[in-house]
Write a protein that binds this ligand. Sequence first.
Ligand SMILES: [Zn+2]
Length: 297
Amino acid sequence: MNDALQLRAESRSSLIAVVLDLNPLAWGFKAAQDAQRTSKSESFVQALDATLTFISSYLLMTHGNQVVVVGAHPLGAEILHPTNEYSGNTASMVNRQIEAKINDLCRSTLLDDSITDVSTSPSSRFNNALSKALCCINRMKSDKSNMPARLLVLKCGGDFLSHQYLPLINCAYAAEHLKVSIDAVVLEAEVDIPVFQQMVDVTGGVYSRVTEPATLLQTLLTYHLPDDDARKILSKVPSTPVDSRAVCFKTRTVTDIGYVCSVCLSVYKMLTPICITCKTVLKLPGMPPSRKRKREK
Ligand SMILES: [Zn+2]
């Protein structure tokens, strides 16, 4: 009887991988914006609290639920849970470990001056973080006889991530292949992130943009906590139209018609003789071949 109960609980348990943006520049900018409007600048603390509450809720929802947390920052990505120190599923222990890891990361890497260096991109490396999260999901799915898994990305700020466009879309197709839906939450008042909208669209997840850090927890619990089966019964998330246009790799603007590199598929709004991504020298469109010679033959 106990075995049957355990089997039933395990068969309903699922896995979520949470990718958390730890970009100090983006959070600092957000805090400055908030301070102008509300005289409070606790964006990151609020968002971290909301994320930890969400993770606890997920772990407490069904016995055997598992969570993977990956922190994305401008210098790379790091798995915050599970680690060698603690790999269990007790909510309080998981929260404590995540907080300790973020503290360590802040002291060792994030508050280092190298991030403000012009040579490094100021946006977090979501492509690294998503790849790591998908690798973890793949391993845990094969260990636990194909348990259902999802991925949630939380990003701060309205950077279009055009440098990471191709790897991110590739991650979305890899996730679709693994039957993993990607949810995206963007903490930004003004603009949507087209690449995240497209990833969510490809994998059948939920996209939401949160304008106030205070409403983040509510959004996470209402729209992102229910699993795929429960979402079919619940009322639909107010959907924003998906912007499926590509982002120009040079100007980082959304483009309707553009030029595509034939080697790496980078998109450019204006004709570019040398591809920025793969450094290929592209042939400029010349005159069409004359028909005279054909006729002579
Ligand atoms: Zn190229």
